[in-house]
Unconditional design. Structure first.
Length: 155
């Protein structure tokens, strides 16, 4: 298997689609990526198999009421205990266009020492969440069922 045939460019849904199109087994690809992460000294760039919604065929969603409508976005995966907010994280992220120092969903300003979550949303990408929003997102996964023959349905 040649991982170079798969264009990653930080877009997990595109990667999963390419894996399926090429007929690769997703678990084997993740194992190969993990091996590359270890060789490169990187950590956490590839979602764990047990939290990847594409692998589990489950849907996680966040919803909130906005005047006159409800906004719902779908997440592919969520890592609840991603890292702890601190001066080092802020220093690295401050040099980037998106500092990710507040919750993407509720705009809660994340304080130093607070544990942050990271989720990958369809058509949006990776975003930081507070623990409260991450718990809501993960809880939505358990309340949604997707059968192989039918579309998703709320329990």
């Amino acid at each position: 298997m040649d991982l170079l045939d798969i264009a990653t460019d930080g877009n997990w849904p595109t990667v999963v689609r390419q894996i399926k199109d090429k007929g690769y087994k997703v678990k084997e690809v993740i194992a190969a990526w993990k091996e590359l992460e270890d060789l490169a000294g990187m950590c956490g760039c590839v979602p764990e198999a047990d939290v990847t919604a594409e692998l589990k065929k489950m849907v996680m969603k966040l919803s909130k009421r906005i005047p006159a409508r409800t906004k719902t976005i779908a997440a592919l995966w969520c890592r609840k205990d991603f890292t702890v907010m601190g001066p080092g994280y802020r220093a690295v992220r401050s040099k980037m266009t998106a500092p990710m120092d507040s919750c993407y969903w509720c705009s809660h300003k994340i304080a130093d020492g607070e544990t942050i979550a990271l989720a990958c949303f369809e058509k949006i990408g990776n975003k930081v969440l507070c623990q409260k929003c991450a718990e809501k997102l993960i809880a939505s996964e358990s309340s949604t069922v997707k059968n192989e023959d039918s579309s998703s349905a709320k329990i």
